[in-house]
Design a binder for this molecule. Structure first.
Ligand code: PHE
Length: 346
């Protein structure tokens, strides 16, 4: 028995194992429940007591040799299969599908970055608003047409009167967020509020009932219209290029006085006139103005001490211009053939 065991040890030591199948065969043959070593342990029971010590030692050595061999080759084979997988340059690569940002997000982030550089914070608020934040605190008269069902999606109307502070609606602009900021913070306030807004409009290539805005608010002592103009000029040059010109036209919003509308020189033709700017050389970009004292008072800010400016712009139009998208609806359909065309580093 001794010589049989010894020759098995020599046999195992000289064995070569080349792949996982051979390794498994080895395990079953030597280390399996019905394998050679297990048989030898069976036989060992009948060995005479005087030989037990000698044979026992060598039998244990055999078992150890087989186990070491098995573990050694198991490690080597798993290592070589992992490394050969990595180094096999002929293997096909995985079809990793990289996502991309939505074009509206890209433009929104661009706008946010510009204003962040001149000290504006970003504030957000709820899309479901009440009449107070969306209209009343913003100096909308009770009979103002913007409150009408034709413009506003009402979730619940408390009464049939024209306005009721308890009315719940989908915000029609993010000015409602600025009302919240004015209620919660003391001047100086310098913030922009990007977000989704809702208006009851027929959906077409140029209009949608959901769109996105970035509105801005700056309140401090001695804020003047010159500050507004300079801020907007800075924004326009950063956003549309350093040779961009701006022009302000008088306008009307209940929450600003005076109010204006800003145009930028056409980004396509540079102001010469083309079909995008309808041969005017100008593109309408945003609404703006000095915050109406009634708005400051409604938000508990002393209108005798503080003044401010506000502005608001849609994101869809500039995004359409930048990416030459001619149908607004594409932004909402989430067709990945469309979305996959926009890549950016942020
Ligand atoms: N809230 C206005 C709108 O939705 C935009 C605006 C904001 C105009 C601030 C003036 C000042 O159209």
């Amino acid at each position: 028995m001794l010589s049989r065991i010894n020759s098995l040890i020599t046999e195992i030591n000289s064995l070569q194992i080349n792949d996982p199948v051979e390794l498994e065969t080895f395990r079953i043959k030597y280390l399996g429940k019905k394998g050679i070593i297990s048989d030898l342990f069976e036989e060992f029971r009948d060995v005479s007591p005087s030989d037990k010590k000698n044979i026992g030692q060598i039998l244990n050595k055999l078992k150890q040799t087989a186990t070491d061999k098995y573990n050694d080759f198991k490690n080597r084979l798993s290592f070589s299969s992992a490394s050969s997988g990595q180094n096999d340059l002929t293997r096909p690569c995985y079809p990793w599908e990289l996502g991309s940002r939505h074009p509206i997000s890209i433009i929104r982030n661009e706008i946010i970055r510009i204003f962040e550089r001149i000290g504006f914070t970003v504030s957000e608020g709820p899309e479901i608003e009440d009449d107070d934040h969306n209209f009343t605190c913003l100096n909308f008269a009770p009979e103002h047409p913007a409150r009408d069902m034709q413009d506003t999606f009402y979730i619940s109307r408390i009464s049939s009167e024209d306005s009721n502070p308890g009315d719940i609606l989908l915000r029609t602009h993010t000015s409602s967020v600025q009302v919240r900021v004015m209620h919660n913070q003391k001047p100086p306030i310098r913030t922009i509020s990007p977000g989704r807004v809702f208006r009851n409009e027929a959906i077409s290539a140029r209009a949608h009932c959901i769109f996105h805005q970035v509105e801005g608010l700056y309140i401090d002592e001695n804020v003047s219209f010159a500050d507004l103009k300079q801020t907007l000029l800075f924004f326009a040059r950063e956003m549309y290029g350093k040779n961009t010109k701006i022009r302000l036209r008088p306008s009307y919003f209940p929450f600003t006085e005076p109010s204006g509308e800003m145009d930028v020189s056409c980004t396509i033709c540079g102001g010469k006139g083309c079909n995008v700017c309808k041969y005017t050389g100008w593109l309408e970009v945003l609404g703006c103005g000095m915050v109406h004292p009634a708005v400051l008072d409604a938000c508990n800010i002393d209108s005798a001490k503080y003044t401010g400016f506000a502005f608001g712009m849609g994101i869809e139009r500039p995004a359409m211009l930048k990416y030459q998208v001619n149908d607004l609806r594409l932004y909402f359909e989430n067709d990945i053939r469309f979305l996959g065309q926009f890549s950016t580093s942020f």
